[in-house]
Write a protein that binds this ligand. Sequence first.
Ligand code: DGY
Length: 420
Amino acid sequence: MLNKINQAKKVLLGNRKKGYTLPTNNNLYPAQWNWDSGFIALGYSHFNLKYAFDEINTLLRGQWKDGMVPHILFHDLKTNYYPNHSVWNCGNKIKSSGITQPPVLAIILKKILDKSIIKDKEKIKSIIQKVKKYHQWLMKYRDPKNSGLVSILHPWESGYDNSPLWDGPLNAIKIEKNLKYKRGDNKVVNPDFRPLDIDYDRYVTIKNHLRKNKYNPKKLYETSMFNVVDVGFNSIFLKANKDLLYLLEKFNLKKKEIQKYLIKSENKIEKLYDKKRKSFINYDLKNNKKITVPSITNYFILFADLKNKSINNEIIQTLKKHNTKDNFFFSSIKPNYTRYEEKRYWRGPVWINCNWIIYQGLKDKDKKFAQIVRNKTIDLVKKNGFYEYFNTKTGKAYGAKNFSWTASLFLDLILEKKYN
Ligand code: DGY
């Protein structure tokens, strides 16, 4: 095991640039990604606290004046990535994309602070204030009606870009005429494992509309071509608000607004529970339609630690039927679903960050099952390497190799015990 732990550390160090870390060391993702960076910081915290905080501080250096933390920061401007910095054409101190990603930062920060001795409290306070500003941005602009649930305005904001969750809302979008762009991703990775061209046409159409509107968050909630309330994103945000509240209390900072909002979210998110299916569903606000795709991300609700024990128990029973008979779980989409695809990115394969999130949610609700998930996940990576995603039946690895969050979360799953 020591050997594997050292290999995981090497993956992170191998992908490290000045103050931040690439998701992988090939040309697929040549920038800093928001939620990747959070998971990466957690990995570093097990062997180099300075690097963990470098990762977080660099990400926050890219925060926009209004509070948004972008989904991509382009530190290196000369890459073949599409869409690159000039296509997005925005950013504050660092060129960036114009959208965000699941806000894991507060969760990661709490985890790191819980197990570390911190001398410079002022620096930590300043990080917490920036994270609070980010959460305030989400509350203000992604939930302008103060409903308790935030929207995502682009599939890339979910992080699970081509999930069948978005097929309905994306089908309703009219692709821009005469679109001209050149993908880079499918030159680096087998196109069979990547989103389709038609998906990209839609991603680019939405992106162009955001750019035309100068990424004005006030306008875009109403006018974006895509507006979905995603259970996965909202579960992460609820958990992040709970952890942020804890940090604000610990450091004697103002907490009322966050506290009020999270109470509202806790009540409102339960409305996305479908009693008949015994699972959570998403809502396409733009088209006023329910989304009932059996995605593993719907179980991120366990991570949000709802107080409602009966819902939690029912969800765990449904989760146990997701694909636990397969050699490796959890598949990103339930395999008997019509639009499941064994190899294609977020349409079927197993992702380590999903397993990690669900494991965190299960730990105090079903210890035995949590341990099975933990051991299976460690086993999958040990046997098949630090890849981006994996086949649920065979464990075969796909996508990028030396994938940072796989290495980071593998380290966390193995080493967290020391601190518990
Ligand atoms: C990609 O380029 O595939 C990323 O997931 C977009 O964020």
